[in-house]
Design a binder for this molecule. Sequence first.
Ligand code: NDP
Ligand code: OXD
Length: 319
Amino acid sequence: MTDKTVLPGVLIASGNWAPEPWAEPFASEPERPLAIWPDVPDRAAIHYVLAWRPPAEAFADLPNLKAVFSLGAGVDHVVGNTALPDVPIVRVVDADLTTRMTEWVTLQVLLHHRQHLAYTRQQAAHQWRELRQPVAHDVRVGIMGLGELGRDAAEVLARLGFQVAGWSRSAKDIAGIECFHGEDGLTAFLGRTDILVALVPLTPDTRGILNASVFDRLARNGALGGPVLINAGRGGLQVDADILAALDDGRLIGASLDVFEPEPLAADSPFWGHPRVVVTPHVAASSEASVLAVGIHRQILDFEAGKPLGNLVDVTRGY
Ligand code: NDP
Ligand code: OXD
C-alpha cells in the first residue's frame, strides 16, 4: 500500500464501552488507520476521535484532528475536556436512541401514574386492594428540555392523554404541548407540573437545577397527590440531598433516577433501598453501537466527500 491510498485515521476512545462494535464499520476500509485508545501508534494519522468519556490525554498531540464524535447524545463528557482542541464536536441524534429514551420516560411516567410501586408492595404482602386511579388526562407532565429527546417523549405522552408541557432555553411552538422557556417561564411551568421529567443537558447553567427550590414550586393540587421527579438527563442536574429531603417530607411522592454523580451509584446510597425511588443504571437510552457506529461512519464518508458535518455541538453554550 502506498501513502496515496492511506485514508484519514480514526481513534476510538470509548471509555468503559467495548470499542469493537464501534470499530466494525471501519473494517471494510483497510486503508484507514484505526487505533483503539490507549494504543495509538501514529498520532499524526488520527483525523477523527470517536469518544465516550475519554481521558483528557486522548486528545493530546493529535496535530491532524478534524472532528470529535460523541458516542452518545450528551457531550458534557467531551466539552469539559481541557485537552480538547478547537475542532467540531458531533453528537448522536438518531431515531434508535430517541425511541429508547421515549420508551424509558413513558415507562417511568406510567409506573408512577399507575401506582406500580404501591402495587408491588401490595403484591409482596399478598394484598388485594384497588387504589383510586386518575386518568392520564387529569395528570400534568412537564418536560425540562424540548430537544431531540424531550420533544419526542412529550409528543408520545400527549398522545397517551397526559397534559404535557415543556420548558427550554429558547421559545418553542409544538402542537399539543404547552411551551415555556427561560428563567421567566420556569415558575409557571413548575406550578402546572405533577410529573417533572428532566431531559436537559448538563451545562454550567443546568448543574444542580433539580433542587429544593424547584421541588417547592411543583404543583401540590395534582391528581396523583403530590409531585414526582424523573431524571434521565445527567446526575449532575440533581441535588441528591434535596431529593431525599423532599421525598421524606412529601414535597415529592416518588422519583425515577437513571443518572447519578458519580456513576456507578455508590453501594451505600439511600436511593437503592428507598421505597419510593426507582433506580436504573444509566440505561434510559443506551447507545446501540451496531446502529450508531454505522451513522458515524456514514457522516465521516460524507464529510470526506465535501458535505458539512451535522448535529454539531455549540461549545459556547455547552450542548
Ligand atoms: P438537545 O440538545 O437536543 O436538547 C436539549 C434541550 O435542553 C433543548 O430544548 C434546550 O433548549 C434545553 N436546554 C439546554 N439548556 C437549558 C437551560 N439552561 N434552560 C432551559 N432549557 C435548556 O439534547 P437531547 O434532547 O438530544 O439530549 C438531552 C440530554 O439527555 C443529553 O444532553 C444527555 O445528558 C441526556 N441523555 C441521557 C441518556 C441516558 O441514557 N440517560 C441518553 C441520551 C441522552 P433549546 O431548545 O432552547 O436549546
Ligand atoms: C448519552 C447517554 O448521552 O447515553 O447518549 O447518556
